[in-house]
Design a protein around this ligand. Sequence first.
Ligand code: KIV
Length: 292
Amino acid sequence: MSTTSTISKKLAVSDPDQISENYAKKKKMTVPLFTGRKGGDPLVCLTAYTAHVARLVDEQADMILVGDSLGMVIHGMPNTLGVTMEHMIMHGQAVMRGAEKALVVVDMPFGSFEESPEVAFRNASRIIKETGCTAVKLEGGAEMAGTIEYLSTRGIPVMAHIGLMPQQMNTAGGFKAVREQDQFDAVVSDAKAVEAAGAFSVVVEGVAVRLANEVTNAVSIPTIGIGASVECDGQILVFEDMVGLFPRVPTFVKRYGNMEDMMRDAITRYSEEVRKRAFPTDEHTYKAKESS
Ligand code: KIV
């Protein structure tokens, strides 16, 4: 039997119909409710960057992340390093207009939290004040524990992010999954450090199945996996990746739709109809009214 199936067998899975029914009736998600789902029904998380996508995602998801991946999937940047506080706040505000029940978490962009806990607090509190979101996410393990503690003891819930950290791409030499066994202990230590510092949950990105299992068992806060197997307490994907709106498809992404083809088809048909003067027809045209 493979390692994957041996580990996965230990996971409890509730009746899917019951889970869907629970979503339909779901209450507004709070940080304590989210943390309380550790080891329970898997937490469904997705990114959203616009109000209308947030409205759709909100129907199913427990958590909506306004992630700094928006730099790549919305703004066409080569990586997340150019994302600013202004980007995060503007997209955070849009998402808050669409989300009702899901917990909304906004990413702290590169350069907005690393310098000191005080700088991190200033920027995190600005994100919370100006967007109305509930929590922030920041990349980093043990080295960020002091900052996580500073924020979380001052009213700012923090979701940590360990394993593959895209903001570290220049020091790591690219987006590198954590697969070597001699790297595992450091990631487990990071998970324990962010939990001890007060993080209410932790994103675990790009790690081997066995490591995801070790991290999930090592902490009592929910682990949210991306490229980190079914061993985590929940999953997150970037919306644009999942619906086929971003051309690069990493191994861990499953495409649940092909929006790019649908959009190309709509653009092509519209263009053809405009060129043939087949659009607009009467149906899409205002008729003159008698002036009263
Ligand atoms: O920015 C983002 O989309 C993220 C996810 C990969 C978790 O941080």
